[in-house]
Design a protein around this ligand. Sequence first.
Ligand code: HEC
Length: 129
Amino acid sequence: MLRTAVAAIAAVTACLVLLTPEAAPAAEGNGAAGRVLFIRQCGLCHSSRPGEVLTAPSLAGVVGRKAGSVKGFGYSPALRAWGRRWDAPLLDAYIANPGKAVPGTNMSFAGQPDPARRADLIAYLASLR
Ligand code: HEC
């Protein structure tokens, strides 16, 4: 009985977390367009497959993940110490200008200046499990 109640509360909480605006992509991003952008602009360094480390950590499951937390990847001290959990607004700022969002990060990516393209990328990232 108590266990059922706890499970029900957990399920409701999980739904609320999924429904909060912070957890949703910044704008109406298009995941299919984001996939093409990801392959061109991120895929050189990042894999979309879980656990596959290239020169950068896999981005599978990155939305909701604690920054700098993929085991076996040597992050910059800055990103490891940053202590935030990736959500759409934080990803948006990081993809726009990595060094401004997380001073000291060693992601050598110039930044994606177009908000619509960032929204597409984030929609794609949110679809990765
Ligand atoms: C030239 C290689 C390179 C490219 C291109 C690149 N990244 Fe990265 N990325 C990195 C590195 C290296 C790190 C780790 C940074 C650190 O430790 O400070 C990183 C970290 C990240 C993180 C944090 C991951 C975590 O586990 O906390 C995200 C999110 C991210 N990149 C997204 C992107 C996206 C989206 C693109 C494409 C628009 C992209 N990156 C393009 C090299 C790259």
